[in-house]
Ligand binder design. Structure first.
Ligand code: MN
Ligand code: MN
Length: 467
């Protein structure tokens, strides 16, 4: 070993230098990263909708010893409980040994993802082809949703109170669906439009069929034939779509990307990648944590966290308040000492679009979980902007455990922006910091993340719960 020069020593002491995570992790860690990714890919395929995520999470939670929490239930340290919010959102908790006025440790992620929703009156026939009208949900780039294989997943709530689960495309032998685009030969006019205008929202019509009903001379025979098939499979009629939530989602399943299998490509990494991290970390806690650990899986983040299943809903406060009641402690005393990791994805620096990033403050693929002091746009608008002390707390938490992390800003100032559930948690008087997995092609039907970053986010979530 050669002696280090004074300059080399200074470099190590003073400069903030980070390395690609794959050059840092050992063989055992590498195996753990790949093993973790297999479970995550199943979560993605099962949970292509918020309802699908909740259903699968309940299965996983019950297998891990969690029970459904009922108001008034006596709780003791180590107890594992969950509560589902209307099938679309969920809270899970492991009761800590400390009383709840010592605060709770929260990892909050969202399980909704950008997609196309069927309209309340979706079915129509045009020139002997049957289609379904859609209304897009969240920030999509419309041109990305044409000419890809699509599935239908969701529910129809019948007038009699029953709920029919609709899933077409994920069973062996199922047909798929698609949205058509213009052939280049006839796209002279379309090609002159901007990317944002080329595919208008009202043209995102899903093709459902093309074959008229046999021995029928009436109008809309193809639509009638499609309805007949839906009726045979699900017992629904046209008016039942009025009380349905059917989501059009990409048909492809999660897969490894790259010859080195270092990446995962899938629909819905935003934000199921952090949801799974928060969930798996809660399941994997060793023994009873000191503070109560809570994993929040929220809905409606992509449209502003509004509504009864969004992070602005009192569902969260009601749940924590119920837990506090079991210890005769006030909710406010719990919240003011709590910490929340608002676990949501961030933009990964993409060398193909370098001009929109400010590289010194961008998250790089394979450099670990990205911490965001603030999100927002145009002067941090809409951000909760975590306090420096809160960022220091998380730095210490991660460094003490050798978890790979990096700071992340979404992109260049004034280029755009985004939000998370962080501001709604902070508004509750909870110290909150955004952190999550850097994503390539965020909000596209097929997004890409690094396996190493997924695993580091899981370790970060675990560190938060352990406090
Ligand atoms: Mn998100
Ligand atoms: Mn998003």
């Amino acid at each position: 070993m050669e002696e280090k020069t004074a300059a080399q020593k200074l470099r190590e002491e003073l400069l903030n230098t980070k390395k690609n995570g794959w050059s840092v992790v050992d063989d055992a860690m590498e195996a753990a990263i790949h093993g973790y990714s297999e479970g995550y890919k199943v979560f993605l395929d099962r949970g292509k909708t918020e309802r699908g995520c909740v259903d699968y999470t309940v299965e996983l939670a019950e297998a891990a010893g969690f029970v459904e929490y009922k108001r008034g239930m006596a709780l003791k340290p180590g107890d594992k409980v969950y509560r589902v919010n209307r099938g679309r959102a969920m809270n899970l908790a492991v009761i800590g040994s400390a009383p709840l006025d010592q605060g709770v440790s929260i990892v909050a992620a969202h399980i909704d993802a950008p997609r196309l929703d069927l309209k309340p009156s979706p079915l129509y026939e045009s020139d002997e082809l049957a289609f379904a009208k859609t209304h897009y949900y969240g920030g999509i780039r419309k041109y990305q949703w044409v000419t890809i294989p699509l599935e239908l997943r969701g529910v129809v709530a019948m007038k009699d109170g029953s709920v029919v689960k609709v899933e077409i495309g994920n069973h062996p032998g199922d047909p798929l669906f698609t949205i058509n685009d213009l052939l280049p030969h006839l796209a002279a006019d379309q090609s002159k439009r901007t990317l944002g205008e080329a595919i208008p929202g009202e043209s995102l019509n899903v093709m459902l069929g093309s074959r008229p009903l046999k021995d029928d001379e009436g109008s809309d025979s193809v639509k009638l034939s499609v309805l007949k098939l839906l009726n045979q499979r699900y017992g629904v009629v046209e008016s039942d779509f009025i009380s349905a939530e059917i989501e059009v989602v990409p048909a492809f399943n999660a897969c490894d990307i790259g010859l080195d299998r270092s990446l995962i490509g899938a629909y819905g990494h935003d934000d199921r990648v952090c949801s799974y991290a928060g969930l798996k970390a809660l399941f994997d806690l060793n023994g009873t944590p000191t503070r109560t650990a809570i994993c929040v899986l929220a809905d409606k983040e992509e449209i502003g966290s509004e509504g009864v299943s969004g992070m602005q809903s009192h569902f969260f406060d009601t749940f924590v308040s119920d837990l506090c009641d079991s210890q005769n402690l006030p909710l406010k005393a719990c919240l003011e000492r709590s910490f929340c990791l608002s676990c949501d994805v961030t933009a990964a620096y993409d060398p193909n679009f370098a001009e929109v990033y400010e590289k010194r403050n961008s998250a790089l693929v394979n450099y670990g979980v990205g911490l965001c002091k603030y999100t927002g746009s145009r002067g941090k608008g809409g951000a909760s902007d975590a306090g420096a002390e809160t960022v220091a707390y998380v730095r210490r938490l991660l460094d003490d455990r050798n978890i790979l992390w990096q700071m992340a800003e979404l992109g260049k100032v004034d280029q755009g922006g985004g939000g998370t559930v962080a501001c709604y948690m902070a508004n509750r008087n909870i110290d909150t910091l955004d952190a999550g997995v850097p994503v390539l092609s965020m909000h596209a039907p097929f997004e890409t993340v690094s396996k190493l970053d997924c695993y580091m986010t899981y370790l970060a979530a675990k560190a938060v719960y352990e406090g």
